[in-house]
Design a protein around this ligand. Sequence first.
Ligand code: NAD
Length: 417
Amino acid sequence: MEALNPFTMAQKQLAEAAAVMNLEPAVHDLLNNPLKEFHVRIPVRMDNGSIRIFQGFRVQYNHARGPTKGGIRFHPEETIDTVRALAAWMTWKCAVVDIPLGGGKGGVACDPRELSPGEQERLCRGYVRALGRVIGPDIDVPAPDVNSNPQFMAWMVDEYELIHGRHAPGVITGKPLPMGGSAGRTEATGRGGAYCIREAAKVVGIDPSKAVYAIQGYGNVGRGTHQMLTRLFKAKVVAVADEFGGVYREEGLDYTELSAYAVKNGTVNGFSGPGCKPFSNPELLALPVDILIPAALDGVIHAGNADKVSCRILAEMANGPTTPEADAILAKKNIFIIPDFLCNAGGVTVSYFEGVQNAYGYYWDAETVAARLDAKMTSAFHAVIETAARYKVSNRTGAYLIAVERVAEACKIRGWV
Ligand code: NAD
């Protein structure tokens, strides 16, 4: 079975597109690796008086189309290769939805849930002290991601402004509203995914309000997707699982009740009620549903379990949930994949809107944000499936063809290659 190195996965996906589009070797070489990366050691004073050193990363993959952009993950198993892969996918994501940003990503190897709020704050500030000279509204703009949240972003912006001695809300997106956050940012990733699902359902011939859904991962993205599917389609989500366990209910799980339980308990595991039964991750991935939504981590659908996946649409809300070997298996099963960097691009698109509003100093209402997001997602979705059909390739490779072409063009016009 293939090893699950996400960066190797990202490079394989790029190679597949490069072969279809006859990408020049020098351009392929340039796009195959990050332009810049930073490895930092972050000392943090713990509540008990000891000092703990955390490992941090920031990868600026490619800035040909604009400042690099990408979240900061706080995860105990964070590695430079995960961050490289995610930075590559951010590059393709910004390009496929055609926003003027490059791709970047950050990470800190830690589990913030084991840290007190004071330790979390000192770690966030330490990350910015280590990297404050190489990020900025015109350079590289972080945002929240796995295990980080708007409060973390607020501490980081504050530290950046202290270092630079000026107001700079655009240095980070996903901020709380009182610090220059955008209306609709919290739900943006889920909303963008729901728009893609709506369009994919038209292609496959499913009614999204009659479809049966399952969601793996119930953090920012999983919960946000459940919320938007409920709001837009009154969708029937029958199964949800996270790292601690899951729950199944044939009649559908109520978003308000389940999300309140998950926020309070840090998991959906143990959620009970009429008709609910405990459910595992392997059961969820194999459940016959219309729409399966991986919204947790990378590599969860792999050569060892792909043949059991039995949905009609795979809406990849997580980054990199499907390995290249699994892709080949799902293709044989005729499963319609909405590839990750298209399906979850709603978050970065509204992050971009947030940066625009920060630069303007003038803020839009939630309806304006939603309408502009819908326009971006819908046109990107159709461009991808039309390209995939034209070149007779998978939707994933179709998305790569569009994104790589745009980034390559910017690199060439700049005279880099
Ligand atoms: P999060 O930390 O808020 O939630 C992660 C969820 O995944 C949790 O419910 C966790 O329990 C679950 N999980 C972790 N390990 C698991 C495992 N082994 N099996 C099953 N479930 C597991 O993170 P998030 O922000 O919701 O991000 C989820 C995914 O979406 C990631 O791939 C992230 O890169 C991607 N993403 C996030 C954003 C964003 O705006 N937050 C945008 C685009 C893509």
